[in-house]
Design a protein around this ligand. Structure first.
Ligand code: SF4
Ligand code: SF4
Length: 421
C-alpha cells in the first residue's frame, strides 16, 4: 500500500497505488438548490449511452430524492454503516475549515474505504464495499418526492404531513454521475487492472477488452457508479462523454463540449470543466477558472461524501433548507460556510452563478465587467445591493464563448402569440 495525499481529508491515506495525477482533471459543480428533478440529464445520458440490450437497469446519470431515495437503493446508507462498523464512533473531523489548500475542510480522523482494515476480507482485499442485489438496482429513484422529518428534529415521518404555507417536511434532489475520482475505488479493486485514469483529463474508464466481469469494481465503488452488464459479462460506467471533452463531437465544430447530462440540464444546475492539477494532486491556483473559484475561493461547492476517501471530483452547492446534520454527514464540515456564502453572495459569486449551462462549450476562464446598481433593499433581514454585472466566459484557446448579465432579460410574448402553446 502506498501513502497518498488526500487534500479533501487534510491528511495522507493509504491507497493500493502511488498517486498519479492528470494535467487537467474532469470536474463539475452541481447546484442542488436549482434542481427540479425533471430527469432531462438522466434521459440525455440514457439515450446516448445505455439504450441497448443488457443495459436496461443502467443509469450512469441519475437523480435521486434524498433522504429516502437512492440508486441502487440505500447505497450511501449501506456504505456509511460499513464504515461505522469498521471504525465505531471514529468517523469524525477535527480542526476547522481553513485557507490551507491541503486541508480546506479540516482533518478527517476516521477510516476511508481503503483503510478499513479490520473489515476487509480476502474476497474484497483492497477496498471496503458491498455488491448490491438485483432488486436494489431495479428501482431507480424509489421514494421519489417523498418528504421526511421536521427541521431540527430526529428523522421521522411528519405527523401532519406537508402543510402550507410553511413546509415542515423536507427533501431534495441529488443528481449523480461517476465522480472520476482522483483515487478511484473501482480502479483500486480491479484484479485485472482493466480500469484506468486518463493522464490528459483524469476520466476513469473500463477497458472492455481486459474486463472479465469479476465485479470487484461494482463492489468497491462507494458511489455505486460502475454497473455490470449481464449479457456481455463486462462492467460499464460513465465515460464522461469523452468524445465531447476531446472536441470530437460534430456538434461542437472541434471545440470541447460539456457532457450530455450537463448540456441537457433545464434547471441550469450544472457546470463542468477541466481544472489544473498540481503534482501532489491538489488543485493548481487558477483564480478565474469558474470551478476553482467555486470550490477554493468562494467555497460554496463541496465534495460528495469526502469521507469515503476517493477524492471525488463532483462538487455540490448544498441545499439551503435541509437540516445541517444531514448535510454535514453528506458534504463534510464546510456546509455551514458554504450555505452562508450562497445565501449572501457577493458581486463575484452572483456573476459566476450565471455561467451555469449558458452554453455547450467548456468554460476555462471568466471575466466580470461591472454594471449599474439595479436593486437595493433587504432580504431575510439583511441589506442587499444588486448590480447588473456582465460575466464573460472564455474557451480553451482564450476565445470568448458568451457573455451574460446578472439581470436576466425579460421577453414579453407578443399578444398575437399569447395563447399559442
Ligand atoms: S465514482 Fe466510483 S466508478 Fe467513478 S471513479 Fe469513483 S470509484 Fe470509480
Ligand atoms: S436536468 Fe438539471 S434540473 Fe433536471 S433533473 Fe437533471 S440536474 Fe436536475
Amino acid at each position: 500500500m502506498a501513502r497518498v495525499l488526500n487534500w479533501q481529508l487534510g491528511r495522507e491515506m493509504t491507497y493500493p497505488y502511488e498517486g498519479a495525477y492528470p494535467e487537467r482533471q474532469f470536474a463539475f459543480v452541481f447546484n442542488i438548490n436549482r434542481c427540479i428533478a425533471c430527469q432531462s440529464c438522466t434521459m440525455a445520458c440514457k439515450s446516448t449511452w445505455t439504450f441497448s440490450k443488457g443495459q436496461e437497469h443502467m443509469w450512469w446519470a441519475n437523480v435521486e430524492t434524498k433522504p429516502y431515495g437512492g440508486y441502487p437503493m440505500f447505497w450511501d446508507v449501506k456504505i456509511l454503516e460499513l464504515l461505522e462498523r469498521a471504525n465505531p464512533g471514529g468517523q469524525r473531523w477535527s480542526g476547522q475549515p481553513s485557507r490551507d489548500p491541503k486541508a480546506p475542510y479540516g482533518r478527517f480522523e476516521g477510516r476511508t474505504v481503503f483503510e478499513a482494515e479490520r473489515m476487509l476480507t480476502p474476497d474484497s482485499a483492497r477496498v471496503l464495499g458491498y455488491l448490491p442485489t438485483d432488486e436494489e438496482w431495479n428501482s431507480p429513484n424509489i421514494y421519489e418526492d417523498n418528504p421526511v422529518g421536521e427541521k431540527g428534529k430526529p428523522f421521522s415521518w411528519s405527523k401532519t404531513g406537508e402543510q402550507l404555507p410553511e413546509h415542515k417536511t423536507w427533501f431534495f434532489y441529488l443528481a449523480r454521475i461517476c465522480n472520476h475520482c482522483t483515487y478511484p475505488a473501482c480502479l483500486a479493486a480491479c484484479p485485472r487492472k482493466a480500469i484506468y485514469k486518463r493522464p490528459e483529463d483524469g476520466i476513469v474508464l473500463v477497458d472492455q477488452q481486459e474486463c472479465r466481469g469479476y465485479r470487484k469494481c461494482v463492489e468497491a465503488c462507494p458511489y455505486k457508479k460502475v454497473m455490470y452488464r449481464g449479457n456481455t459479462r463486462i462492467a460499464e460506467k460513465c465515460i464522461a462523454c469523452y468524445p465531447r471533452i476531446e472536441g470530437k463531437d460534430p456538434e461542437g465544430g472541434g471545440k470541447p463540449l460539456q457532457t450530455r447530462c450537463m448540456t441537457a440540464c433545464i434547471g441550469q444546475i450544472r457546470l463542468q470543466g477541466l481544472v489544473k492539477i498540481n503534482r501532489d494532486g491538489t488543485w493548481a491556483e487558477d483564480r478565474y477558472h469558474p470551478l476553482y473559484y467555486l470550490v477554493h475561493v468562494a467555497k460554496v461547492a463541496l465534495p460528495l461524501y469526502p469521507q469515503f476517501g476517493t477524492v471525488p471530483n463532483g462538487y455540490y452547492i448544498p441545499p439551503r433548507w435541509v437540516p445541517r446534520p444531514y448535510l454535514r454527514q453528506m458534504f463534510g464540515p464546510g456546509v455551514d460556510q458554504a450555505i452562508e456564502r450562497y445565501e449572501n453572495p457577493d458581486r463575484e459569486l452572483t456573476a459566476v452563478l450565471q455561467l451555469f449551462n449558458r452554453a455547450r462549450e467548456i468554460v476555462y476562464a471568466y471575466k466580470i465587467l461591472e454594471g449599474p446598481k439595479v436593486y437595493e433593499g433587504t432580504l431575510r433581514g439583511r441589506r442587499v445591493t444588486l448590480y447588473n454585472d456582465t460575466v464573460i466566459a472564455y474557451g480553451k484557446d482564450g476565445e470568448e464563448l458568451f457573455r451574460t448579465t446578472v439581470e436576466e432579460p425579460v421577453h414579453v410574448r407578443p399578444a398575437v402569440h399569447a395563447n399559442s402553446i
